[in-house]
Design a protein around this ligand. Structure first.
Ligand code: KG4
Ligand code: ZN
Length: 358
């Protein structure tokens, strides 16, 4: 039972063919990093245009690698939200047209549910299952959410960010310091070269839901830190380096003095502690049998190491890095149980930028 998954919610055009919700026959991701990098963030108009350009060849390549034509598919699944509406429209509309032309069922998938299924998919592939109920921490550039997943695969939102997503905080702090977009992977690489206890970051006490997050204060704290110092020269040096072709870690280290490395290490440490503390408290509250961490920030090595070192009383599951960031295999995997339940979308379904899970 093969499902073609299509993902275009943000700045990656992706297509994948997944068999029986477990075997990834192909997973193609066309990144728009080169397009948005110089603007320091995703430009929605450019993203839709790039999706339009990439969607046909990306889907064709995914089918080719999987060794199947459209006739070999049981369904086509596409992300219907949340995300940038113009970007979502490209993938969803293309999926609709394939289904219409070939008489295939269409399955609409929530992007966040996709991130969760990246982990379930890999557990299944390894011959196991994630024990439920589980707590899912979805952390990316667009979302920071805590969900309970009950044994019937129903989702309950326990907490979310009140302002910036964790990945967004990484990206904004990196940008402030002259690093290119996306900043997360660079901060991750540089953090081990700094002292995580050099700069103290504090979080405001959360009124109301104690499972909610707030990351915008970190960005402000870093801004104040930068303003209090004369950093124009090193920031300019990094901006210059960012314009060149794929700088290496050594290149970044050469333009990043120790004090700045310490700042980055401390910032990352603060984010990690905040994520794990609230996730662990929520997991305990719902008697979770497992913790799932997914989304772009789940590829952060410091977060993975800290989760392992925390010796939590339940297993912690991370997707492999390739399935942490946006991809379509996770969309096809999330569609598999929906296919089994006959949960198909009608052709008038619309892209929903603010689509909620649970
Ligand atoms: O899931 P994703 O590809 O797209 C969204 O749905 O947002 O996540 C991208 C986000 C970006 O903010 C990026 O900086 C962050 O994930 N990210 C990381 C790392 N790799 C990607 N953040 C911290 N450490 C990383 N290694
Ligand atoms: Zn994502």
């Amino acid at each position: 039972m093969r499902i073609l998954g299509i993902e275009s919610s943000c700045d990656e055009t992706a297509a994948a063919v997944v068999e029986d919700g477990a075997a990834v026959l192909s997973s193609v991701v066309a990144s728009q990093m080169a397009t948005h990098g110089k603007y320091g963030g995703v430009v929605p108009e450019l993203a839709s245009r790039e999706h339009l350009r990439a969607i046909v060849p990306v889907v064709r390549e995914a089918l080719e690698i999987a060794g199947t034509g459209l006739e070999g598919l049981a369904a086509v699944a596409a992300t219907s939200g949340p995300g940038l509406v113009g970007s979502l429209l490209v993938g969803l509309t293309y999926a609709k047209s394939l289904c219409y032309a070939r008489g295939l069922p269409l399955i609409a998938v929530n992007h966040i549910e996709g991130h969760i299924h990246a982990v379930l998919l890999e557990a299944r592939r390894a011959g196991g299952e994630v024990p439920l109920p589980a707590l899912a921490l979805v952390v990316s550039g667009g979302h920071t959410h805590l969900f309970e997943i009950d044994p019937a695969f129903r989702y309950r939102l326990l907490g979310r960010t009140r302002d910036d997503a964790a990945g967004e905080a990484f990206d904004k702090v990196a940008k402030l310091l002259g690093f290119p977009y996306p900043g997360g992977p660079i901060v991750d690489q540089l953090a081990p070269h700094g002292n995580p206890r050099a700069v103290r970051f504090t979080f405001a006490k959360m009124k109301g839901n104690a499972a909610d997050f707030s990351f915008s204060g970190l960005k402000t704290a870093v801004l104040r830190w930068v303003e209090a110092r004369d950093m124009a020269e090193e920031i300019a040096a990094r901006r210059l380096l960012a314009r060149g072709a794929a700088p290496s870690l050594e290149d970044w280290l050469a333009v990043t003095p120790q004090a700045t490395r310490d700042l980055l290490a401390s910032f990352q440490h603060a984010v990690i502690v905040e994520l794990l503390t609230r996730a662990a408290a929520s997991a305990e509250a719902v008697a979770a049998q497992a913790l799932i961490v997914s989304g772009g920030v789940a590829s952060n090595r410091g977060l993975r190491a800290a989760a392992a070192a925390a010796r939590l009383p339940y297993p912690v599951f991370f997707p492999t890095p390739g399935l942490s960031t946006d991809n379509a295999a996770m969309i096809a995997a999330a569609a598999f149980p929906k296919f089994a339940r006959g949960e198909f979308a009608s052709f008038d379904i619309r892209a929903d930028a603010g689509l909620r899970l649970a």
